[in-house]
Write a protein that binds this ligand. Structure first.
Ligand code: UT7
Length: 326
């Protein structure tokens, strides 16, 4: 069977930095609380003229350049996002146009913070079965536009950014080894954006009730996230006859330093086996794993044959893990 292997990575972070000290001037919080509860020091915020598709396009172009692939050689383009430029058309179609990937089918995946893992899994199946040969998978978010900047429980956590990978089908040992996806819609209310969809269509009263903004029961989400990310990482390793000792780098969804540490300890990974940039970017939802992957890749921290594992949890709830032989 063919495998989908990653032949290029790219990312983009907006220039504007929002520090914990900046947040102290906006809501009743402080650097010490944010750092001790989340490990986050700063996050990036998109400029007024930037949107999810423009961030995604920059990350995609960098990934294509590394891969040595031209946009017209891409036949599949998937964007994982919950903050698309529009409810529709998809952000993937906008990116397809902006990069000139005229031969690519394009669509978005909505799986919140697990979006990149869901999108990567979907793309890999097309490549493994021969339905596509080269794919671009992007995680991109401008969460700053759906954050309630008056809610200290959530506004300190999130940031904007985009990450991308180019995948190619090949015969060989390297590439995506398997993918393990799960969902449980029963707890959707613990993390969601109430407005404006078909349940709460656009209305002035909805704005007054702050419906267009993200809502989260952080404490509950925290516990379920740790358990689910641990369980699915073990499931993914076991399915491939691997153990924690075989993992070169774990790329967990970068939600909160305490979540990452809890997962790492349960998996009995050494600190250097976990890749974290949450302190510099906060939680960038679907963008967090490809952002971290690109940073590690460009720093030369992954070499041929290494096992890396993507491990995500997010709204829905959705969760999933993908082990990759580099
Ligand atoms: O992307 C995947 C989904 N998201 C996540 O994975 C996030 C999961 N959850 C979390 O990261 C954490 O639950 C938070 C960081 C959101 C909150 O940390 P916590 O340790 O669970 O705090 P808490 O919600 O239990 O709040 C503790 C106290 C509360 O005060 P009282 O009720 O004890 O007086 C909060 O009102 O801290 C208060 N608080 C704050 N204080 C200062 C909440 N937010 C803030 C703040 N600054 N920004």
């Amino acid at each position: 069977m063919k495998r989908a292997r990653i032949i290029g990575t790219g990312s983009y972070l907006p220039e504007k930095v929002l520090s914990n000290t900046d947040l102290e001037k906006m809501v009743d919080t402080n650097d010490e609380w944010i750092l001790s509860r989340t490990g986050i020091k700063e996050r990036r915020i998109a400029a007024d003229d930037e949107t999810t598709s423009t961030l995604a396009t920059k990350a995609a172009q960098r990934a294509l350049e590394m891969a040595g692939v031209t946009p017209d050689q891409i036949d599949l383009l998937i964007v994982a996002t919950i903050t698309g430029d529009f409810p529709w058309p998809s952000t993937a179609c906008l990116v397809q146009d902006q990069i000139g990937a005229k031969n690519a089918a394009a669509w978005d995946v909505s799986a919140a913070c697990s979006g990149f893992v869901y999108a990567l899994s979907s793309a890999s199946k097309f490549l493994e079965t021969g339905a596509a040969t080269r794919a671009l998978v992007i995680g991109a978010e401008v969460l700053s536009r759906i954050i309630d900047w008056e809610d200290r429980n959530t506004c300190i956590l999130f940031g904007d950014g985009a990450g991308a990978v180019v995948l190619e089908a090949h015969e060989g040992e390297s590439g995506i080894l398997s993918s393990h996806l799960h969902a449980d819609g029963a707890d959707w209310k613990l993390l969601y954006q109430p407005g404006f969809g078909s349940r709460h269509p656009a209305s002035i009263s909805g704005i007054e009730e702050r419906l267009p903004y993200l809502k989260m029961e952080g404490n509950e989400v925290f516990k379920i996230a740790v358990r689910s990310m641990y369980d699915v990482a073990i499931e993914a390793l076991t399915a491939n006859g691997l153990t924690s000792r075989d993992v070169h780098l774990l790329f967990p969804h970068q939600a909160n330093k305490r979540i990452l540490e809890a997962v790492r300890k349960r998996l009995e990974l050494r600190p250097e086996q976990l890749y974290s940039m949450v302190e510099r970017c906060g939680n960038t939802s679907g963008a967090s794993i490809p952002l971290a992957l690109d940073e590690a890749n460009r720093n030369g921290q992954i070499k041929e044959g290494d096992i890396v594992v993507f491990d995500a949890f997010g709204g829905g709830f959705t969760w999933g893990a993908i082990p990759v032989r580099w």
